[in-house]
Design a protein around this ligand. Structure first.
Ligand SMILES: Nc1ncnc2c1ncn2[C@@H]1O[C@H](COP(=O)(O)OP(=O)(O)OP(=O)(O)O)[C@@H](O)[C@H]1O
Length: 470
């Protein structure tokens, strides 16, 4: 069997030679062109597994080749080589459909990574371009036109290395979409690592992202990898990316640009190969305007945007979603179905917490349903449909808790707490319990009442050991 053939398009003889030698050493066949015209001729005559093209050529720009190949019938991955510091060109090429980019000076290890990823993609990329059909099971449920469109986009995004920014309200399925992009990509057999940027204490961030060397700080008893190394060869999802502190944004930008990271306490950098997907329920452009998010990082992460529609914009998915969720929640001897009136009530609800809220509602409703049928009163939704909260259910969570006011203000004798952190934990624990009691343990609604994200609430509940009452 012959080796995959790569086309290198570059007018700089030195760089062309470096590329050729590296590719030949990798056991690949290489053709070279020093102009667009020559490249077009070769493309018409041969099959290529990958095209590597410089941006600036004597008779035009590499981006023209990207456009031509993307518009053609054969789905050949194209990677562009951009001049040092020209982030604009890289972003333009990715938006135009380039598979990836290499920046000058081209490093051999980076070139190898791009080639490996591209060849992996080529093997799975036998479907015609823009095909919605995919052999990998898609886990985002929904038959609405909006969800079909999302799935089409996911199938397309899975074939590229371009950073994707997934936007959408909390609970609308951003993480699930990111997982789908990963599992349909050539990286599927490598790790998918999702990081909640809002849940990591700022002091630990660098160590968590990049890892650390033994002895780098007190408590660093051994070398440890960070998220970047853990996701090596796979996909790193930066969830709630707007919560990253500015100092960490600078370090992250550098890691993305250089594709190298340095462990805390290390002297040398190491190459990393991850595909980045970011997500936030905030408006990142607004965060940039307000100076809370660096524009250069925004630009790097936001190359292609995937928007997940809120559940209220696809109410026709509720029946299907409810069926899937109830089937997932069912245990032997405990399953439930929705009464038609209950389904109706759900379809009239606005779901500020989206699919996660639907999951919460159905989980609670299942506990209240008699004879395995969920009726309207079993659905504890806002807007007057909620039945009264049974006091017995909440006894363990709030009955004994003093009001937060009595805790948060100093006692009359002005005594001070013996431990400020423990005292603050107590206050936080009681406030969270009150919010949970108020919402019948609907964590989505409780998070909203408290003005924090669902994940922040979940993180705090774990930390403070707050459990759902039996
Ligand atoms: N289309 C869908 N089909 C099936 N389950 C879904 C769908 N969308 C979301 N879910 C479920 O809803 C829950 C929330 O989804 P996910 O964590 O992906 O949302 P998110 O947008 O990332 O939320 P957040 O902004 O709070 O991080 C998960 O349990 C997920 O499995």
């Amino acid at each position: 069997m012959s080796s995959p053939r790569i086309l290198v398009v570059d007018d700089e003889a030195d760089l062309r030679e470096l590329l050729e030698i590296t590719l030949l050493k990798m056991g690949l066949d290489v053709d070279s062109a020093d102009s667009l015209t020559q490249a077009r001729g070769l493309l018409a005559a041969h099959e290529y597994a990958l095209v590597l093209t410089d941006m600036r050529l004597p008779d035009g720009f590499g981006i023209e080749l990207v456009h031509e190949i993307v518009a053609g019938v054969r789905a050949i991955p194209v990677a562009v080589i951009t001049a040092f510091g020209s982030a604009d060109n890289a972003v333009t090429a990715l938006k135009a459909g380039a598979f990836d980019y290499l920046s000058k000076p081209v490093r051999v290890e980076q070139l190898r990574q791009v080639v490996h990823s591209a060849l992996g993609i080529d093997k799975s990329n036998v479907l015609p371009r823009n095909s919605a059909v995919t052999t990998t099971p898609v886990r985002l449920v929904g038959a609405s036109a909006a969800m079909q469109d999302v799935r089409m986009q996911i199938a397309r995004l899975a074939r590229s290395m371009a950073p994707v920014a997934v936007t959408g309200e909390s609970g609308s399925g951003k993480e699930l979409a990111a997982r789908d992009i990963h599992s349909q990509s050539a990286r599927a057999d490598k790790p998918f690592v999702a990081v909640n940027c809002g849940a990591i204490p700022e002091a630990l961030m660098e160590a968590e992202f990049f890892g650390y060397r033994k002895g780098a700080f007190t408590g660093a008893a051994e070398d440890r990898d960070g998220f970047f190394q853990a996701a090596s060869g796979g996909t790193l999802m930066l969830d709630e990316v707007a919560d990253l502190p500015l100092a960490m944004q600078v370090k992250l930008l550098r890691a993305i640009q250089e594709r190298r990271v340095r462990k805390v306490g290390a002297t040398v950098e190491e190459p990393v190969d991850v595909r980045l997907i970011s997500a936030t329920h905030q408006n990142l452009a607004e965060c940039v305007d307000k100076g809370r998010f660096r524009q250069d990082l925004y630009y790097r992460l936001n190359v292609i945007e995937l928007r997940l529609p809120p559940l209220r914009e696809r109410l026709d998915d509720i029946g299907l979603l409810s069926g899937v969720i109830l089937a997932r929640l069912a245990t032997p001897g405990n399953s439930a179905v929705l009464a038609p009136a209950a389904l109706d009530a759900l379809c009239r609800y606005t779901f500020p917490g989206n699919v996660r809220e639907l999951e919460n509602i159905l989980e609670r409703a299942m506990a209240f349903a008699s004879d395995g049928v969920i009726e309207v009163p079993d659905l504890a939704m806002r807007g007057g449909l909620s039945p009264m909260v049974p006091t017995v259910m909440l006894a363990g969570t709030v009955a004994l808790a003093p009001s937060p006011e009595s805790v948060s203000t100093p006692a009359a004798d002005e005594s001070l707490p013996a431990s400020l952190p423990d005292h603050l934990d107590d206050v936080e624990r009681q406030i969270i319990r009150r919010a949970l009691a108020k919402t019948r343990f609907n964590r989505t609604q409780a998070a909203e009442l408290l003005g924090i994200s669902f994940r922040q609430l979940r993180y705090r509940m774990q930390r403070l050991e707050i459990h759902e009452p039996e």
